[in-house]
Design a protein around this ligand. Structure first.
Ligand code: DC
Length: 214
């Protein structure tokens, strides 16, 4: 069983996808971590967040990603996410990461299936997924969650207005890029979590999947 969970940043897809994987006994792949790990390699090689990205070097960084690169806590930092968003607009990078994602879905480490979360899982990576969810929430609510997450991590210097502006900028870039833009698959179930906490979102997602399974 393959479950595709797509949606914009901070809509709650990661937590939801992890819980679905646990509930149905499936492997889980956070595909955003692949783009973040690619960005991290470029940053460690001296790239600046705002500088022009060299497509060939970025594709080489993407092709070198190993599973152990995906567990680095620094992947969640804002500057890594900002560069990941720009890196992910490059078709060369998307092509380099596509096979990794498809191999994971075809041969999940746990054997029985997988949940993948990202932006283009239901549309490009796994168009044949058994279940597709498109998880959204208002930009204001997503920014509020991101601020709370950063404060919980101990970051004291958090500018809520700036977080909202950056989130909107990232949404725009993810949705407007030519290569695999963020969009709901025609056969995806839409799940708006603006007014749902994680338990309610999980219940709604589980009900959608269980109903489709019959
Ligand atoms: O979900 P996230 O914030 O960890 O993703 C980081 C960036 O990677 C995000 O700006 C969009 C990009 N991304 C993508 O283009 N395709 C995916 N399947 C997953 C993430």
């Amino acid at each position: 069983m393959i479950i595709a969970v797509d949606g914009p940043a901070a809509a709650g897809k990661g937590t939801l996808a992890r819980r679905l994987a646990e509930h149905f006994g499936l492997a889980y792949l956070d595909t955003g971590a692949l783009y973040r790990a690619t960005a991290m390699r470029l940053l460690r090689a001296g790239a600046a967040v705002e500088a022009e990205i060299e497509a060939e070097a970025a594709a080489a960084a993407a092709a070198a990603i190993e599973p152990e690169n995906l567990v680095d806590p620094t992947l969640r930092q804002e500057q890594t996410g900002a560069l990941a968003s720009r890196v992910s607009a490059l078709p060369e990078v998307r092509a380099a990461l596509l096979q990794y994602q498809r191999d994971f879905a075809a041969r999940p480490p746990k054997g029985s299936g997988a949940v993948l979360d990202g932006r283009d899982i239901g549309t490009v990576v796994c168009p044949q997924a058994d279940h597709k969810l498109f998880v959204t929430a208002s930009a204001e609510e997503r920014a509020r969650r991101r601020v709370a997450e950063l404060r919980e991590r101990g970051e004291t210097d958090v500018d809520a207005d700036q977080i909202l502006a950056e989130l909107k900028e990232r949404d725009k870039r993810d949705a407007e890029r030519q290569a695999s833009p963020l969009k709901a698959a025609a056969d995806a179930h839409l799940l708006d979590t603006t007014n749902l906490d994680i338990d309610a979102a999980f219940k709604a997602a589980k009900a959608l999947i269980s109903a489709a399974k019959g």
